[in-house]
Design a protein around this ligand. Structure first.
Ligand SMILES: Cc1cc2nc3c(=O)[nH]c(=O)nc-3n(C[C@H](O)[C@H](O)[C@H](O)COP(=O)(O)OP(=O)(O)OC[C@H]3O[C@@H](n4cnc5c(N)ncnc54)[C@H](O)[C@@H]3O)c2cc1C
Length: 469
């Protein structure tokens, strides 16, 4: 643990290196930098640093490394697992001044951005250049591209484009001791030795601080089709997924499933949400939002409607609706995005982001609800998620208690995850909140190798210590 003497000396050196407006000590640390979106209690870190460029990040790490001070990288602070939350003895390092698009290379179809750039800015810059950045999530206006890569974010279009990792060509990273590794590669093919960028993507700021990124850009979609489908049973959901993959091929861009408990909440309680099946009182087993995006506006929509019409005609689907306008598409997505309103009705709820074999999800949901009813009577739960990506979200809430039954619910969620060979985090990461459950999804050998890599890159354990492993 650093002594007060080396803390004050380190702060002096940091101020000299970064400038006075880049170092905020203790009570001056802005409120915003005291927490992330995890719902944990805020802290008061030792200091908050806001370097202006890669050299500033390197200087900051070199000084903190020399004094043995722990550093917690912060992007947009929308992370849900406590990964960007600095403890009282740690220093927060915000990337908020490393913002902007450095270059769009239209020939190579790449975009180079500073790590603190909000995702929405990256998306808009790609669109303005006639391209498309497919990474998309609800926090797009606040999260930063460096944070997205550090968490290997998923989001809405993983089924088509993959996780954030698959959109990255190059990175610039600062290691724990301040060493800068610049590899702003734009080539799709580059097999010269280890592909080191993958160490830093998804490692939640424990191995290095990302300062710049090179992203692959994609053709701008020329057509978007969105349908909401009702399924009488889970077998139909699986049949629909296979059929969508086979018939829509690479056009399939989202396959989102909502269980009846979630649907009931979204269509009857969430503000501003319209029920696409208003007037149909049948209680279906599942509701599926399907999105397809193509480049041929003339041919894509008729092909989509013909495919869906066939499934209605042959009786596979009892009900389905295709959005006829942009506002219709938004209304369908509004049902799926109503999860963002759950906190209004279930304050301090528990939220889970698990991955499961797609064929076992409904069985998991039924067994989960049975165990929850037995062990935590009265606890409610809803299921929804990116099923096409093997990712389901669960939110639980027990009314009228000061503290949610976190331990009991986690035992059920993760106990079943282990039994089904799933993962404790499909997209949000581990942070501190899920660290105790990592062993339910990774073997002792895998965790030992993660620790070996951590020790090799950060032998003094100053980069985001206590997170992930
Ligand atoms: C409304 C809402 C919707 C969301 N939807 C999704 C979703 O659909 N899919 C999904 O995957 N996530 C989702 N999230 C979670 C969150 O938005 C993502 O994890 C996001 O990628 C975090 O980015 P950030 O910039 O806010 O990172 P932060 O919260 O600031 O940090 C996240 C982690 O990355 C580290 N870090 C941040 N920047 C850097 C850097 N430059 N270098 C090294 N490490 C760094 C931090 O130390 C921390 O461990 C959602 C969150 C909210 C609030």
């Amino acid at each position: 643990m650093p002594t007060p003497l080396n803390i004050s000396q380190a702060l002096e050196e940091l101020t000299a290196a970064l400038g006075p407006n880049a170092v905020f000590a203790e009570a001056d640390v802005p409120l915003r930098n005291r927490n992330d979106y995890s719902g944990l209690l805020p802290t008061q870190p030792l200091a908050m640093l806001r370097p202006a460029d890669t050299k500033g990040v390197s200087d900051a790490l070199r000084i903190c490394h020399a004094h043995g001070l722990s550093v917690v990288p912060q992007g947009g602070l929308t992370g849900l697992v406590g990964g960007a939350r600095a403890e009282a003895h740690e220093i927060a390092l915000s990337l908020e001044r490393l913002v902007g698009i450095e270059e769009i290379d239209s020939d190579a179809a790449t975009l180079t951005a500073w790590a603190g750039t909000p995702l929405e800015t990256v998306q808009q810059a790609a669109l303005d250049a006639g391209y498309f950045c497919p990474l998309d999530l609800g926090a797009r206006g606040s999260c930063a591209i460096g944070g997205n890569l550090s968490t290997n974010a998923g989001g809405n279009r993983v089924i088509r484009y993959g996780m954030a990792r698959e959109m990255v060509l190059g990175l610039e990273v600062v290691l724990a001791d301040g060493t800068v590794i610049t590899s702003l590669n734009k080539m799709i093919k580059n097999n010269a030795g280890f592909d080191l960028k993958h160490l830093f993507i998804g490692s939640e700021g424990t191995l290095g601080i990302i300062t710049r990124v090179v992203l692959k850009l994609f053709p701008k979609p020329g057509s978007t089709m969105v349908a909401m489908c009702a399924a009488p049973d889970y077998a139909t959901v699986l049949k629909l997924l296979s059929s969508a993959r086979a018939s829509l091929g690479p056009l399939l861009s989202a396959f989102e499933v909502m269980w009846p408990d979630y649907w009931q909440f979204a269509t009857t309680q969430a503000p501003g949400v319209r029920n696409p099946f208003a007037g149909d009182d049948t209680a279906y087993a599942a509701y599926v939002l399907i999105e397809a995006q193509g480049t041929d506006p003339e041919a894509d929509a008729p092909r989509f409607e013909q495919w869906l019409g066939g499934l209605l005609e042959d009786g596979t689907l009892p009900n389905a609706a295709v959005a006829q306008s942009l506002s219709g598409e938004k209304a369908f997505w509004g049902v799926r995005d109503a999860c963002g309103e759950l906190h209004q009705f279930w304050p301090r709820h528990l939220a889970f982001d698990i991955g499961l074999p797609v064929t076992r999800m409904d069985e998991y949901a039924r067994r989960f609800k049975q165990q929850l009813g037995d062990l935590v009577p009265g606890c409610k739960s809803v299921f929804y998620g990116h099923i096409g990506d093997s990712n389901v979200h669960i939110v639980t809430h027990l009314d009228g208690v000061a503290e949610q039954p976190k331990d009991a619910v986690e035992q059920i969620v993760y106990g079943l995850v282990r039994e089904y060979g799933g993962t404790v985090s499909a997209e949000h990461g581990i942070g501190t909140i899920k660290r105790r459950w990592l062993g339910h999804a990774r073997s002792p050998e895998q965790i030992a190798l993660m620790q070996t890599l951590k020790a090799a890159l950060d032998p003094k354990n100053i980069l985001n210590p206590g997170k992930v492993i």
